[in-house]
Design a protein around this ligand. Structure first.
Ligand code: ZN
Length: 190
């Protein structure tokens, strides 16, 4: 789709959507009916598949998405979102759902950096970031093993100093084709 038409098409559709009261069938509250917060990947295949495969409708869950379903920093925005969901939005359980064939699996920083350079980011910019103490390679790096990544992220959430102790944190991997879930960490058991 052309860059110049995408936004216009969205706005045009949106006007009709509101005009025809299409939103009425989605009306719900900000509190998750099923009292859970899910962290999953931004993968396009999961957009509709994941909620359907988990029997989730609008209003059922808080869903946080990032590249890889990774909690990369204990005081980053993902962790903050999980804590807000638990303390302010009545979520009672956490599910971290990564998936097979993830773009972050085996992702190396080098090709991404090369691509940035080709798109006009200067060598000087990278040098400045390095001098500022930012490790771009580490920051861009994905994971080598999806199961280990899920276990690691579950650990960060479960052991976070601000986590309520009784909250179960589950770890799962979803198949982006069939929607099948594999249980990695059963949060009721640890
Ligand atoms: Zn992914």
């Amino acid at each position: 789709m052309e860059k110049s038409t995408l936004l216009n098409e969205i706005l045009e559709f949106n006007h009709q959507f509101v005009e025809k009261h299409e939103y009425e069938k989605y009306e719900t509250t900000k509190f998750p009916n099923k009292k859970m917060v899910i962290l999953t990947c931004m993968d396009t295949r999961l957009l509709e598949l994941l909620p359907k495969a988990l029997n989730l409708g609008n209003g059922d869950a808080k869903i946080i998405k990032d590249a890889g379903a990774i909690v990369s920093h204990p005081f980053g925005s993902v962790m903050r979102s999980i804590l807000i969901a638990l303390y302010q939005l009545k979520a009672k359980e956490v599910l971290i759902i990564a998936h097979h064939d993830c773009g972050m699996s085996g992702l190396k920083a080098e090709p991404v950096i090369e691509s940035m350079k080709e798109r006009g980011i200067s060598e000087e910019t990278f040098n400045t970031l390095t001098y500022s103490g930012i490790n771009i390679e580490q920051w861009l790096h994905g994971f080598d093993n999806v199961t280990e990544s899920v276990v690691h992220s579950v650990g960060i959430v479960k052991n976070h100093p601000l986590m309520p102790k009784e909250v179960p944190v589950h770890g799962l991997i979803i198949d982006p084709k069939t929607g099948k879930l594999d249980l990695v960490v059963d949060g009721y058991k640890n």
